[in-house]
Design a binder for this molecule. Structure first.
Ligand code: FES
Length: 90
């Protein structure tokens, strides 16, 4: 019984590790249309003391095509996060 429990724990741990790797591999990290990472945007905003997406757009062209990155940029501005493993929408 103990050996079976340890085996089950091991299997669940391995699945958990695979999920963690998948999340890392599929993280949303940039505005694809303008090939600019959220990390780069965050740096630009800090260097120029920018507070909003509109101000960022005046300095760097981002989020001006499909706009799928907009909710992520807004979340980046709000939280400072630059990698997202969840789907965000407006
Ligand atoms: S991903 Fe940013 S405008 Fe398309």
């Amino acid at each position: 019984m103990v050996i079976r429990s340890i085996s089950l724990i091991r299997v669940h741990f391995q699945k958990f590790k695979k999920i963690q790797k998948m999340e890392k591999d599929f993280a949303i990290t940039k505005c694809i249309c303008f090939d600019t990472t959220f990390e780069e945007m965050k740096k630009i905003m800090k260097e120029n003391d920018l507070k909003s997406l509109e101000e960022l757009r005046e300095v760097k062209t981002v989020a001006a095509n499909c706009k799928l990155c907009v909710p992520y940029i807004l979340k980046m501005i709000e939280t400072g996060e630059t990698k997202f493993n969840i789907i965000l929408d407006n």
